[in-house]
Design a protein around this ligand. Structure first.
Ligand code: SDX
Length: 429
């Protein structure tokens, strides 16, 4: 979609750069010819003002706290649909009919097993290895098993790889958890829904039957929906950049997992719960809020702030409601960490610093309390985020490959190092 043009004067030259308008949201200036016509780059290290692509998948209005997937508000998808319906929507662009949904569910369900040799990878890790390290290794290794779906130029192979990723991530994540706690792997069961199957693979033991609590399974499924996709966040941009070189989808998803691990991104749910545990009680909150405001203290309130949301993260509201549902279902009345979280939120939302910097709770603020109540250790929190985000990564990866404008991603730089100089022999240094 094109618009007017923007006149840019730089280096004594004035050029007209075309602008483009999307369906909704800010216009963009197409700077693709800027360097050729002016010899000047743009500079935007955190990409705060830079769009990397056109996309139809997800839209965020950070000021209004709006999140749309293919135009549908996250609140409606989380309320009325299930995770595999959201996966279908993200992948194909439309909500499925009953027949399409049944067929999609069947295809995903019947790809949940992994090659038996995969189980050999785990024994190479120490038991106390962080499950995200295991996920990076095992997901990247999937490309060693599925040579029949790594030709990225073949739409059929891309869709097979996409389904395989969505189907197998819960199995691999559950295997990482079981290995971590020293329990035997549990195979998926085809008569269970996606979330119940995952909970059973995590929490069933050979000694007794396990049936997932339907309220908890619904909460798990909703948590997957909330984490499914989020525009061009750091890990999705990593997947797109890796994919732009023609790397196979399994390797690209492994790169996304590695990026998500960071505490500023997907690792924030683990860091937020560790922070709540460290604060420990309501009376210690002011000390930590003061540290978060102290420029000389690197401490930040984990689970607060967002590059795009300058309002309440809509996912955080749904997550907070889910937290209360899960705690009520489990009969957990006065969870000390929930008490600290709610008081910390109340204080932060009334504190001038947080108001001025528009720092609101994000999805990671409440997810940790919920996941801990569901029985997961903090080290598994980002694994669950990666499990859910796989559909977003793979949908964005497909869109990138199908985009005629996409080329290998290769940013330029502002060089501030030494000018050219000659080698000095060591005897003269
Ligand atoms: C996710 O991009 C996505 O969409 C990500 C995600 C997704 O679904 O993919 O939404 C998932 O990653 C959510 C974010 C999880 N991360 C955290 O909760 C970690 C804590 N948050 C911060 O590290 C930070 O808010 C970021 C990384 C989320 C955003 O960083 P930005 O956009 O680069 O903002 P910034 O670091 O420039 O902060 C702006 C100001 C700074 O103060 P000044 O330098 O202007 O004086 O706000 C301050 C920061 O110091 N600030 C905080 C803060 N976050 C920002 N101060 C205290 N506590 C915080 N949490």
């Amino acid at each position: 979609m094109t618009g007017t043009s923007a006149g840019v004067s730089v280096g004594g030259k004035t050029v007209d750069l075309p602008t483009r308008s999307g369906t909704i949201g800010p216009d963009v200036i197409d700077i693709g010819t800027l360097y050729k016509n002016t010899g000047t780059f743009t500079y935007d290290p955190g990409f705060t003002s830079t769009a990397s692509c056109e996309s139809k998948i997800t839209y965020i209005d950070g000021d209004e706290g709006v999140l749309l997937h293919r135009g549908y508000p996250i609140e409606q998808l989380a309320e009325h649909g299930d995770f595999l319906e959201a996966c279908y929507l993200l992948l194909y662009g439309e909500l499925p009919t009953k027949t399409q949904k049944d067929d999609f569910d069947y295809r995903v369900t019947h790809h949940t097993m992994v090659h038996e040799q995969m189980s050999r990878f785990f024994t190479g890790f120490r038991r106390d290895a962080h499950p995200m390290a295991v996920m990076c290794g095992c997901v990247g290794a999937l490309s060693a098993f599925y040579h029949d779906s790594t030709d990225i130029t073949d739409p059929h192979q891309r869709m097979v790889a996409s389904l395989r990723m969505i189907a197998k991530m819960p199995t691999i994540a559950a295997m990482a958890y079981k290995y971590h706690i020293g329990q035997p792997f549990v195979y998926p069961k085809n008569d269970l829904d996606y979330a119940s199957n995952f909970l059973r693979m995590c929490f069933a033991v050979p000694c007794e039957e396990y049936v997932a609590n339907p309220v908890l399974a619904r909460a798990m499924d909703r948590i997957f929906i909330l984490h499914a996709d989020h525009e061009q966040n750091a890990s999705t941009s990593t997947v797109r950049l890796a994919g732009s070189s023609g790397a196979n989808p399994f390797a690209c998803i492994a790169a996304g997992i590695a990026c998500l691990w960071g505490p500023a991104h997907g690792g924030a749910n683990e860091a937020a719960l560790n922070m709540l545990a460290e604060i420990g009680s309501v009376d210690r909150i002011p000390e930590y809020v003061a540290r978060a405001k102290d420029k000389n203290d690197p401490f930040r309130l984990m689970g607060f702030g967002h590059r795009v949301y300058k309002n309440y993260d809509p996912r955080a509201r749904i997550m907070q409601r889910t937290t209360h549902e899960v705690l009520n279902e489990l009969g957990i009345k006065d969870d000390p960490m929930l008490e600290v979280a709610m008081e910390l939120e109340r204080i932060a939302l009334t504190d001038e610093y947080f108001i001025e910097k528009k720092l609101y709770p994000n999805i990671d603020f409440y997810s940790g309390i919920t996941l801990k109540a569901l029985g997961f250790p903090t080290t598994m929190f980002t694994v669950l985020f990666a499990l859910a985000r796989t559909v977003g990564w793979i949908a964005q990866w497909n869109e990138m490959i199908e985009d005629p404008e996409q080329r290998i991603g290769r940013p330029r730089q502002l060089y501030i190092g030494e000018p050219k100089r000659d080698y000095v022999p060591v005897s003269k240094r």
